[in-house]
Design a protein around this ligand. Structure first.
Ligand SMILES: [Cu+2]
Length: 234
């Protein structure tokens, strides 16, 4: 009895048990005050549901480490378009850019949040080549061959960010109770317009609702390649 080799593991186990209890208490405390944001967005001109808008709850820096679930996503290229057109990821996540077309693409970004280039490649290539996105911000994707190809990766500060579906709706769960800045983003919206950044209050008592109509700028990009049988671009 009294062997130090024996005593040490016991002490470790006790510490482990205390730590587990503490974590349980912490988890219970966190989930008890988790709030929800329910979002409904529409196009102000047409009244139609607004798809592919991003909403993010901006947490203070000291709260961010609790909400940094990262993952891997694919931004595909199908029929000379980026699919999905808007992808939301948490910083620290990775993305690859497979080519599902039977022609070559040349994907690039000059955005400060992530500069990269995947020179000419075909179907089945670059599938294992994941890029790391560790800076929050908007990454605008282009293709050197097809000028109209334009896609976006919204790199969020935390996982409290979503994009709206075809009904213009989205939900953010597990928002800590409190007052936070909420940012709304859409590729064709004026980000300086009123309401695109606003203060909202979150409590566990009831969901917080965000209902808003966004004024969109005209989509000026060339939608498709000029038809070779026509003499003009119209
Ligand atoms: Cu292309």
């Amino acid at each position: 009895m009294g062997s130090p080799h024996y005593r040490t593991p016991i002490r470790k186990r006790t510490c482990g048990a205390i730590a587990s209890l503490f974590l349980l208490a912490l988890y219970a405390g966190t989930s008890a005050v988790a709030a929800e944001l329910r979002i409904t967005l529409q196009d102000a001109q047409t009244g139609a549901p607004l798809e592919d808008a991003v909403v993010e709850v901006i947490l203070p820096e000291q709260q961010q480490p609790m909400h940094l679930t990262t993952g891997e996503v694919s931004v595909d290229q199908q029929q000379k378009e980026f699919v999905a057109n808007v992808t939301v990821i948490t910083r620290g996540s990775r993305a690859n850019f497979p080519n599902s077309d039977d022609i070559l693409h040349h994907v690039y970004s000059f955005s400060p949040a992530k500069v990269f280039e995947l020179p000419l490649y075909g179907s089945g290539q670059n599938i294992d080549y994941f890029q790391l996105f560790d800076q929050p911000g908007i990454v605008e994707l282009g293709c050197n061959i097809h000028d109209w190809m334009l896609g976006y990766i919204y790199v969020a500060e935390t996982n409290l960010a979503v994009k709206t579906d075809a009904m213009g709706q989205a939900v953010i769960n597990d928002v800590p109770a409190g007052d936070y800045t909420v940012r709304i983003w859409h590729p064709r919206a004026d980000l300086e317009a009123p309401g695109m950044t606003q203060q909202m209050t979150f409590s566990d008592a009831q969901p917080t609702r965000l209902q808003m109509a966004l004024t969109l700028e005209r989509d000026n990009r060339l939608r498709r390649a000029p038809n070779a049988t026509r003499s003009s671009y119209r």
